[in-house]
Design a protein around this ligand. Structure first.
Ligand code: FS2
Ligand code: SF4
Length: 526
């Protein structure tokens, strides 16, 4: 196998051999490559031939399935490959029996990409991994009834090009286009979420689990949470968010359910420890799923494109009865049980999306003008297990009192229970939401730039990002598309960035790896 798409890749170069660091087996990896090759074939078949909503959905599902920590199940991968191949035959029925095959729409052999010249491989990887991440966002919007013709069209375009012999100078603009289209995709998902569930409002979320039966729901899919809340209403079952589901507490149409009680646990990489012997089922709506341990394997449920061998999967009919029955059977804790965040905090705050922050924009601008707020930091992104991620905790702890820390995604669990105090009536630490809520950070930055009549790069704003999987790739490309410079990225740089591509990013965007938190802070505030 060969896979180097995520931050924890073996030796910072690539997972090879029988299994990846994430637990993906060589067989899994082969099938995921085959699925990607089939998606490329389907996209090429659709060039000049009519596709349908079903084709669009398959493309999204297929790409989302290959994101890190989503699918570990050979059976569901095979079934999806078959569906993609069937769809191709439907789109171009005459091709299968063609006597003079041109090979134009053949499923692509991914080993050609992995063995390509390292700069071409690097740029094509940025495109592929970027659209995998973007597909997850487009998928969440789609289940809420929101689609974008431009976003959908781009998946086909990008997949088509992966099988073309393009040169670096032809691929680079497409890499930047991933970032441009992902901005539109994040805007689409933001609209889908806020029009469906309301504008997030700042909300304090308890970390204590009350006695009695409960269900833990993790991942990013707010629609699944809504359905679960509806189906558990009046059944004496409490619902707790986990990981990237935490920001759900701030949406009025979700927080209105009194049995949505609080948040359990921290970021994804701690799940094997946190779920061991938990007296409750856990429902995975998206990544990040880790290989399931025996100590809780009877209580893991999956839905949507998440799949793991032998775990109960809730299909499209969305009947959560097996999860509900498991919650009642396990019964939960016999007493209210207090948990804390990583730094000992008993509650966490969320709900500082663009709607809230921009509603007090005048106050923020005044505080900057009066010198009360010296600098803004966006410290966020994906978390992971690699040592060195303590950098982000240390950095946040060291930020001076006259600075604001905006955060998002699961990387925030390293510090979101810290009390950093307030500034100008606002908390100094503000959680903007999930990784896709990077859209909020972009909106706030654009509004500040407009108010101060300068570019985003001239604002007293620094971005200190952590990355792990492919959604971070599309977000990074969006920030580069917006011309944002001086981003600090860690804990390690992507293995799929070749020396020449890195030089390009450093020369044009001054992107830099994280270093020592104190020195980085000093340099920024210098
Ligand atoms: Fe965190 Fe995992 Fe959000 Fe990433 S829960 S690393 O998928 O997308 O962040
Ligand atoms: Fe390795 Fe990451 Fe690929 Fe898993 S997703 S096989 S950890 S590079």
């Amino acid at each position: 196998m060969f896979c180097f798409q995520c931050e924890q890749t073996a030796g910072c170069t690539g997972c090879t051999g029988n299994a990846g660091v994430c637990g993906k087996t060589a067989g899994n990896a082969k099938l995921q490559d085959e699925l990607t090759g089939a998606l490329i074939g389907l996209a090429r078949a659709c060039s000049g031939n009519p596709r349908t909503d079903k084709t669009d959905r398959l493309i999204l599902e297929g790409l989302f399935t290959t994101v890190t920590n989503v699918n570990f199940n050979d059976d569901t991968l095979r079934e999806m490959i078959a569906r993609v191949n069937e769809e191709k035959v439907r789109v171009v029925p005459g091709c299968a029996g063609c006597p003079s095959r041109c090979g134009n729409i053949d499923n692509y052999d991914m080993s050609r990409l992995w063995k390509a010249d390292e700069d071409i491989r690097s740029l094509k990887s940025l495109i592929l991994f970027g659209i995998r991440g973007m597909a997850a966002y487009a998928y969440h919007a789609m289940v809420l009834g929101y689609t974008s013709a431009r976003v959908n069209e781009f998946f086909y375009k990008a997949l088509f090009v992966l099988a073309e012999d393009w040169r670096m100078e032809e691929l680079l603009p497409l890499v930047m286009e991933v970032g441009e289209v992902n901005l539109e995709c994040m805007e689409l998902l933001d609209r889908a979420n806020t029009e469906t569930f309301g504008t997030p409002i700042p909300t304090e979320v308890p970390l204590t689990v009350e006695k009695g039966p409960f269900i833990v729901i993790t991942g990013h899919d707010l629609y699944d949470l809504k359905l679960l809340l509806e189906q558990t209403e009046g059944k004496g079952i409490h619902v707790y968010t986990h990981g990237e589901m935490l920001p759900a507490h701030a949406y009025p149409e979700l927080k209105k359910y009194p049995h949505l009680k609080g948040n359990f646990g921290t970021a994804w990489q701690n799940q094997q420890k946190e779920f061991a012997n938990l007296p409750a089922p856990v429902l995975f709506t998206t990544n990040c799923l880790m290989p399931v341990k025996d100590s809780y394997s009877d209580r893991v449920f999956t839905t949507e494109v998440v799949s793991y061998p032998e775990m109960v999967h809730v299909g499209d009919e969305k009947d959560f009865t097996p999860v509900i029955e498991k919650a009642l059977e396990l019964g939960g804790f016999s007493e209210d049980t207090e948990f804390t965040g990583i730094n000992g905090g008993r509650t966490v705050l969320t709900g500082f999306g663009h709607g809230t922050v921009l509603s007090v924009a005048d106050k923020v601008i005044e505080a900057v003008k009066a010198g009360e707020i010296r600098h803004f930091f966006l410290v966020g992104g994906c978390d992971g297990a690699r040592p060195g991620r303590n950098y982000y905790t240390d950095f946040v702890k060291m930020t001076p009192k006259d600075t604001v820390v905006l955060t998002l995604a699961c990387g925030k669990y390293r510090f979101n229970d810290l009390d950093l105090g307030t500034i100008g009536g606002l908390p100094r630490l503000m959680d903007m939401g999930q990784c896709n809520d990077a859209y909020s950070a972009v909106k706030v930055a654009a509004a500040l730039a407009e108010a101060f009549e300068c570019s985003v790069n001239d604002l007293p704003l620094s971005m200190i990002l952590s990355w792990y999987e492919q959604k971070a790739v599309c977000i990074l490309l969006t920030l580069l598309h917006l011309g944002i410079t001086n981003i600090k990225l860690g804990p390690t740089l992507p293995a799929f960035i070749s020396r020449n591509v890195l030089d390009y990013l450093v020369n044009n965007y001054k992107i830099a790896p994280i270093g020592d938190p104190a020195k980085d802070l000093e340099e920024i505030l210098g």
